[in-house]
Design a protein around this ligand. Sequence first.
Ligand code: CP
Length: 311
Amino acid sequence: MKHYLTLNDLTSIETAIQEAMALKSDPYKYKYLGAQKTLVMLFFNASLRTRLSTEKAAKHLGMEVIVLNVTDSWQLEFEAGVVMNLESSEHVKEAAQVISQYADILAVRAFPSLKNKEKDQSEWILTSFVKYATVPVVNMESATGHPLQALADAITIEELKTKKTPKVVLSWAPHPKALPHAVANSFIEMMQASDVNFSIVHPQGYDLDPNIVKETPVSYLQDKALESADFVYVKNWSNYQAYGEVTSQDASWMMTKQKLGSAIFMHCLPVRRNVVVEDAVLDSEQSAVIMQSNNRTYAAQLVLKKILENG
Ligand code: CP
């Protein structure tokens, strides 16, 4: 693997899941693979799980880890040919090449603006690092995708499923703030590539990018969509058409124990209790959220291992 930017960088999702599960059962099996190699992680946005699980994954492989919160550094410029006489002190052209001297793998977290759809869709921060860095780049959640999360989610479903083709529903939930589409996008792409009976349910007007949803069934009636579900993945996203706006906070879409039935509850975390999902769900045996977070380590470890093996 050269980079891990989207799920398309996995040659085989099925094999990746099996290999990640093998790493989970023996995390230190490749403890010398990353010896004398360094992972640099750049965070343009906050993180709990991605930061800690990716660092743990790298350490399982014997790597050194350096973390930079970009807000602690010089403000970066991404536009070409710009006269840098305003706030930005350093251009990504230099920064990416400089960081590449300290890193064998560079991982980047950069959320969307949720103001300019075209610019966000261009993945300008992630692609700038791919363009100017001289080392492999890993996506730790970008404007439009969170492929490490989606791989961890697929591992979790594989571990918990009790039938060959489970019914999986992605259900929108209310949230007071405008949230990105990245987790939902990557989960959809992962489910489209998996042996599951998958559908999406959300309020009218909250349709996601049609280039991602493609032929996946979409409905607007939550109770009906959840009938006989084996896994319910709950996630808020802001309006994609009225880009980045919060046009509904309909509390009736919050996930409850009653709506969940006997399904497994999934969420990427962090989650707002009693807004997105009620306590009774999160505190029940049906919640897989802690397991999903644990699987983030082995998703990241699989990706770092593949990149290291590529030399
Ligand atoms: N799910 C996830 O990416 O969590 P963090 O934002 O805490 O990294």
